[in-house]
Unconditional design. Sequence first.
Length: 423
Amino acid sequence: MERQNSYCNLLKIPSLFPLILAATLSRLAGRMFVLTLVLFVLARFSSPALAGWLTFTAMVPGLIVSPIAGVLLDHVGPTIAVRINMIASAALIAAISITGWAGWSTPAVLFILVMLFSLAGPLGAAGTRTLLPRLVPSHLLDRANALDTAVFAIVDITGPAMAGVVVAWLGPETAMSIIAVAYAGAVVCLSHVQRLPGVASTQTSFLRQAIEGIHMVARQPTLRGLAVSYSLYQITWGTLHVVVPVFVADHYAAAAGSSVIGLLWAAMGVAGGVGALFAGHMRTTGRERHVMAAGMVVTGFAAWPTAAEFGFGGLAIGLMVVGVMSGPIDVAMLTLRQRRTNPQQLGRVMSISMSLNVAGFPLGSVIAGMVITESLSTTFVLAGIASVAAAIATISIPPDSTPPEARCCKFALHSSRRSWKGF
């Protein structure tokens, strides 16, 4: 009975349920925004090039300033940092909607608003996953990460679908307004989350501390190893995002092909959510490297030969396997990074690491775009090789030399202010 109700019991931890709800609303809004921005620009300016550059602007500035955002997150505390992100996002997207209704939208205005939105992004993305290990007992951290990952996988499916439906029925301006309301709802939910303090201020400048954060990630063997291994793993995902539509286009007409691609990615998202919840019951703590490596090896063989050499059926099965494996891989990665990071530095580490981890995705897309014109099968092979290389890099991460008893004592020392005592 305890095993069956474990996720329900997990949500009884003070502040955890409103945090998950706030994260769900903000992530749903973020996923809706990516597609809605493109549709907004196409409807108003009929310029795919402008839509592409604005999408670029919505992501890259935030990645660049992530080290500074991490310093701010550590200083003001994760609760305030996430609140700043959500309030800023609601206000900026509401401004995009208002300028659209009023006829004031110009490329320059949109670039400014979208860039400001991007700059606030790292506070929310890293802040949520900085809050989790400070609210949840160490023995339930893998399960909390599993729940967080499953929610993210579900939102990844529903966000773009909701955006498309709302834009089609009510127009892009209304869709922007709904996104702003979702961010505002996340702010309300976050008001019920315990305010956790930041670290004491120092005389060191923000820039210096940001540089120290980069050095911290580069010098710490676990963080450095995860940056390499997970980036290699993301090359597989970037490659699949290019090669799968081409594969489907060879088997279906254009209209049917688009529907099939959507169904495949939706099924992968559901599979990822199921895999994440299953990983929460696996108790990955202490064996994260092996869970990640095994999942990456299976992912590699699912990409090739399963997905590439056995027709459309093989593609569907291979993608489902990739989706299922993504859950345990992500849960184990999050738990390992949180467990081996000083809680006083978690904001900076999380912000920088999350930016480094996604670097492999665009690289995989670029590689696939260059290779796919020569050979579809070779592109799948490269996707498989990237995941196997990621597994090798993961196993190369040094094992934790700290005894379990010492890890528990250390975690308890840093967690003396938590409100979950007696859970």
